[in-house]
Design a protein around this ligand. Structure first.
Ligand code: PRP
Ligand code: URA
Length: 208
């Protein structure tokens, strides 16, 4: 498994602003989208290119264009929704699937309530989005759904990860590439990332 923790100063700075309790819901939403775009730019640098013949206004030319597999962007509801537009800004033709999971506050186990993926998802590179990788239970369950549909190439993008979440995915899904904006210290006794940013869904949607 490959795990990339970004150290780009723009990503680091924007995550620090996200963490602040004083950051408003509007600012939080905008920042999550910007961070997702910056992380997407870095994590898609291995997309294959192919030669294509075109005519420019000046001459005939062989140019490079994206080749091969198409993309499916799959946010884990709710908080992953906040990252979708950042990725779509980079790859506007990507299809979008949705996986609905919530974490039981007592057991921290994920519960599925929705799953709708593109028909041909097995032929696509799947970019799974969730700003928080805490215990890793939600991401691991979402990856199971995606694999059940025959997908072979999956990248997970999380804004903040806990060491526990990364260890869980290394064990459950060693073939998945993980990209994180930041690796935090630990989980607290109720499963929140420390120092973290609180509940990502509530902060994006203003529900608390
Ligand atoms: C949050 C977050 C992840 C999950 C991470 O969602 O967006 O999906 O917790 O925790 P885990 O790694 O321990 O599974 P939550 O369950 O709070 O649902 P919400 O997005 O609907 O608020
Ligand atoms: N989910 C969140 O939204 N935040 C955390 O810190 C952990 C899980």
């Amino acid at each position: 498994m490959s795990t990339t923790i970004f150290s780009h100063p723009l990503i680091t700075h924007k995550i620090s602003v996200l963490r602040n309790t004083d950051t408003t819901c509007k600012e939080f939403r905008e920042l999550v989208e910007e961070i997702a775009m910056l992380m997407g730019y870095e994590s898609l640098r291995d997309l294959p290119l192919e030669d294509v013949e075109i005519d420019t206004p000046i001459c005939h030319a062989t140019v490079k264009m994206l080749a091969g597999k198409k993309l499916a962007i799959v946010p884990i509801l709710r908080a992953g929704l906040g990252m979708v537009n950042g990725l779509l800004a980079l790859v506007p033709a990507a299809r979008v699937g949705h996986i609905g999971l919530y974490r039981d506050h007592e057991t921290l186990e994920p519960h599925e309530y929705y799953c709708k993926l593109p028909d041909d998802v097995e032929n696509r590179l799947v970019i799974l989005l969730d700003p928080m990788l805490a215990t890793g239970g939600s991401a691991s369950a979402a990856i199971n759904f995606i694999k059940q549909r025959g997908c072979k190439h999956i990248k997970l993008m999380s804004v903040i990860a806990a060491p526990e979440g990364i260890a869980r995915l290394e064990k459950d899904h060693p073939d998945v590439e993980i990209y994180c904006g930041c690796l935090d210290e630990k989980l607290n006794e109720i499963g929140y990332i420390v120092p973290g940013l609180g509940d990502a869904g509530d902060r994006i949607f203003g529900t608390k």
